[in-house]
Design a protein around this ligand. Sequence first.
Ligand SMILES: OC[C@H]1O[C@H](O[C@H]2O[C@H](CO)[C@@H](O)[C@H](O)[C@H]2O)[C@H](O)[C@@H](O)[C@@H]1O
Length: 623
Amino acid sequence: MTAATEAAGGPLPIEDYGLIGDCTTAALVGRNGSIDWLCWPRFDSAACFAALLGRPEHGRWLIAPCGPEMRATRSYIGETMVLETLFETEEGDFAVIDFMPTGQAGSSVVRIVEGRRGRPRVRMHLTLRFDHGSSIPWVTRLPEGDGISAIAGPNLAVLRAAVPLHGEDFSTTAEFTVAPEDRFPFVLSYGPSHRPPPDAIDAEAALCDTLAFWRSWSKHCTCHGRWRKVVMRSLLTLKALTYAETGGIVAAPTTSLPEKLGGVRNWDYRFCWLRDATLTLVALMRGGYYEEAKAWRDWLQRSVAGSPSDIQIMYGIAGERRLAEWEVPWLPGYQGAAPVRIGNAASGQLQLDVWGEVMDALRLARDGGLASPGSAWALECGALRHLEAIWREPDDGIWEVRGGRRQFTHSKVMAWVAFDRMIRDAEKYGFEAPLERWRATRDEIHRTVCELGYDAARGSFTQSFGSPELDASLLLIPAVGFLPIEDPRVAGTIAAIERELVTHGFVLRYRTESGADGLPAGEGVFLACSLWLADAYAMQGRWDDAYAMFHRVLSLRNDLGLLSEEYDPRAGRQVGNFPQAFSHLTLVSTAIGLGEHGPIRRSSERKAEGKPPESQSVSAKPS
Ligand SMILES: OC[C@H]1O[C@H](O[C@H]2O[C@H](CO)[C@@H](O)[C@H](O)[C@H]2O)[C@H](O)[C@@H](O)[C@@H]1O
């Protein structure tokens, strides 16, 4: 399938894409020089390049050698989001430097073609298709003669280029020779169609500014040591998934990259999940980034404002509530994985765990010195009052199943977390609170989980009350402090998950064959869950197992350090939306955790074994 679709001009394997972004939206650049995904002007806008979910005619922007290439290698320039792809051909070599300028009015994609060796021929092929690959724009030449303007409905894009452009089959093309030291900039800028075209920008100056922006951001990272590079790339990716204007954070910049190749588990992640966003915030704070944390906290306050009973599990990046899900009939889907979905019906779900994740993150923010505005505590109390009323109800769970609500054990554990963190904050900061009542509820949830969520015969907690199924989210029980790692029920759960959910060395979130999620069975191993098992091993002092799992997940990152949500071990391919915040934030957390705690105990163990201590690890030092 892959080879055939690629030969027919279909999308590349997911791991062959790189990410560029300007903190308002992001694009995926293939290692073949084709930008196959871009939603403009925001992460959640309709795509104008949708070849990722179809074919080149659904929109893409190619800059590549005219003839066959011998090799394409790529890397980010230092700790930035500026991507450089080097094409080596028989005629010579050239690089394409791709980025989205930061700090400019409006949004642009800049591609600079730089000659390196010989005089290779280069081709540029721009196919703009607004409205998710469906609408062919009306293209005219700019009066200045240096480019074209393309209009369709509310959208306008302007391409300015330093080489002559031609129209061909509803696309814009160019062919040119590049010599060493030549630099040919191409700038594609977005604007609303009712306004004059956006002003030209100086590509070289924008490159300097954008490099400076990312470098100065990376400089503030407080993680140093052996995994600094790993952590930094993940933090940069998380930062690129933030929508600067509002502080919202998307779960991924894509929709409908399948969790199973050729399957139907295709979802739109271009929204702000309270779960993913709060965990991203925790990762950013652990990396020393409190400004983003503040922006997100303010986003949260605005988004959930109103009645606590109306709090949703996810919102649009500016706090929008209506994210109606629909299927796109004209896009065939990533390598045939249909349907392509826009919007996400999970926005109407009940997922009790989000209260726990949010309260935990807000507590960390407070402890990190992020002063709360007066209204924050009142808002949290309102949310907890609502949880007090509903925690006994069945919900859709962390995995957002579509097979009906259940009494998910992880959801109740996280409801316990919500009460626990609020009680601790009230005690620590002297906030006014009905402490006795909260403590009673916290204890009642704990008792309920231990009675109904634990299967004594199997010696393990289970996915939902009374169910025989396991669930990798149960690995979080010791991490959130619900029970200590030494508790035999926790040890039994870890052992059961190792036996039943580990495959090819990685962790499944649950057995999809049970039908609990209401979808046809089969999906990849879940990368965040695999890292949770590494964390659990670390807590158990099983350092070798922890490091082995951590390294296995590291080995799945693409050449740019990027991860999607899942991995198909049989096909040896990344699957699911890409790059995914959940995978990257968990990677940061595991790397920092192993760095902070691992080497100390590990070195004593190594000493006991007569081995020298391990040098350097990631450590997060407060700035
Ligand atoms: O598998 C079914 C569900 O899959 C998606 O949810 C997953 O991604 C979310 C965003 O990263 C994450 O918060 C959640 O825990 C994952 O299960 C999808 O968005 C859902 O609509 C779908 O039901």
